[in-house]
Design a protein around this ligand. Structure first.
Ligand code: SF4
Length: 420
């Protein structure tokens, strides 16, 4: 029995105002375009960004027939999507028809949006909450004071110069935490990378047609700069974390000897908190040097557990998916806390073929936590690289249910937790 629903399509006028289209059922893309199910939508979360998709006509359904909304009241109109705040995971993509000449979309995690009960709704799930990742813990005035205090404490620090830019210009919470001396603090050190991710936020290929969201770091902070800043952060609060491998840098394993020296120096000064690494984990031997130095926690980024789909997105240079798996095994064997930073995308993550591969990976290497990260990329560019699913995707909500039932002891969420 078809679920009677009241969720209608929306579109944006040239002035950016968003309207609903009464009588037109909303459409979504789950890897295949179809009619939206109102039960998959929640009220648009506070802090969401409403995005107009240039050169793209919103799709809706009238009595089961697909309709493309290219014009309204004689003017060209566009499809709409939302970029969700931290702590949420997108569950469905917007459905649209790209018109000739439509530009590539910038790096956002596009979530489907529709109109229901007199308000905008989004296809999303609340998937985590941690105080140090909430807007209330990042108030502008407190941040200004904290930046002034830290800069006075470490006046010549290249590291803090970079972090101040990240905190102010990019609004990066781990950079802001470095000044606010709370939670997980960023330590970016590596300008180079051994991958060419389609959705890299710090460096885009010249022919990508889009700009990266951040500028790749260029300066490498000294061991002393890193150690003195990190020691102060770790000693300041229980459960504090310092983490190498941030959005503004390349791959930290390419700077392993330098990071290993810094880790040893930190541990010669304090035993507090957690030293963590975010990485593509493509270099297990380099990872070994960090573990020997005292690394305690590793988060491995991946978009897929299928080597071909992994390579299509990461475009790795000099390593393969088997190296990533070897790094996970090594870190587990050495007793590190291991989590996955799963770049989720409807139509890929919840593709039954992908779930079979992911199931096999997690059974062979049961990690402590799977973090679901909404992948920030133009969906059409991503599907062009990986292909649309051959089998009907189960849906991201069903994927979360499957994860909880299949791996009940594995933490699911969005944020790294410290220990010690
Ligand atoms: S691994 Fe990170 S830095 Fe390297 S290309 Fe991918 S997103 Fe960019």
């Amino acid at each position: 029995m078809k679920h009677k629903q009241d969720i209608t399509a929306v579109f944006a006028r040239p002035d950016g105002s968003v309207l609903d289209y009464p009588g037109l059922e909303a459409a979504v893309d789950r890897g295949r375009v179809g009619i939206a199910d109102a039960r998959e939508f929640i009220p648009l979360p506070q802090g969401s960004l409403l995005l107009t998709l240039p050169g793209r006509s919103a799709i809706g359904f009238a009595h089961g027939s697909r309709v493309s909304i290219a014009e309204f009241e004689g003017g060209a109109v566009n499809a709409v999507a939302a970029a969700l705040p931290l702590g949420y995971t997108r569950t469905l993509l917007p459905a649209y028809d790209a018109r000739p000449g439509a530009p590539p979309l910038p790096l956002y995690g596009y979530a489907a949006v529709a109109w229901r009960d007199g308000a905008l709704h989004a296809a999303a799930l609340r998937t985590d909450h941690l105080e140090t990742w909430s807007p209330s813990a990042h108030a502008a005035q407190a941040l200004d004071r904290a930046i002034a205090a830290r800069r006075a404490e470490f006046p010549a620090s290249l590291l803090l110069a970079q972090l101040e830019r990240c905190a102010r210009e990019y609004g990066c919470y781990t950079a802001q935490n470095a000044f606010l001396r709370q939670g997980e603090a960023a330590i970016p050190v590596s300008p180079a990378c051994n991958a060419r991710c389609i959705g890299c936020i710090s460096e885009q290929e010249p022919d990508a047609g889009i700009r990266s969201a951040q500028e790749r770091v260029r300066a490498v902070p000294s061991v002393e700069e890193i150690a003195s800043f990190a020691t102060a952060h770790l000693d300041a609060q229980r459960g504090a974390i310092v983490s190498f491998g941030q959005g503004c840098e390349g791959e930290p394993l390419l700077a392993a000897p330098h990071i290993a020296r810094a880790i040893r120096e930190i541990r010669s000064r304090t035993t507090a908190g957690t030293i963590h690494l975010n990485s593509n984990a493509g270099l297990p031997r380099a990872l070994q040097t960090l573990i020997d130095a005292g690394l305690q926690s590793l988060r491995v980024s991946l978009n897929s557990a299928r080597p071909q789909a992994y390579a299509a997105y990461y475009r790795p240079r000099g390593y393969g998916f088997e190296d990533v798996v070897a790094s996970i095994a090594l870190a587990q064997a050495r007793g590190l806390s291991v989590s996955l930073n799963l770049l989720t995308h409807p139509g890929v993550t919840d593709d039954p073929d992908e779930m079979d591969a992911f199931n096999a990976l997690l059974r062979a290497h049961p990690v402590d936590m799977v973090q679901t990260r909404t992948l920030n990329v133009d969906p059409e560019v991503y599907f062009a690289a990986l292909g649309r699913p051959n089998r009907e995707p189960v849906g991201m909500r069903a994927w979360f249910k499957w994860m909880r039932e299949t791996f009940p002891h594995m933490r699911l969420g969005n944020f790294t937790r410290g220990f010690g």
